[in-house]
Design a protein around this ligand. Sequence first.
Ligand SMILES: [Zn+2]
Length: 115
Amino acid sequence: MHELGLVFQMAKVIEESLAGEEDITAIDTVVMEIGEISSVVPHYFEACFPAAADRCPLFAGAKLVIEKIPAVARCRSCGEEFPVVENKGYCPACGSFDKDLLSGREFNIKEVAVR
Ligand SMILES: [Zn+2]
């Protein structure tokens, strides 16, 4: 489980992005985008999230919102765009496994609301 490390990493990025903004007293909500086939398990990330306050006090009481991004790929043989997980990686139109992933590996800080 590497989600704790990712929580600290997220906290560091947000803390650095807020550096110099002295009016901020607390972080209210963090919105994260997590791809369906990224290596991050949203449930574990959520469980580790409160630990961000250990690293940066601004996170005390902060809420976490996770937006899950579905995995979508484009087939290299026929150009079909399809959801990867429900088709087990195979193009539903032509059966090819050769594809470019369009989304699904995201691990992004989408939004940070502060007080
Ligand atoms: Zn295809």
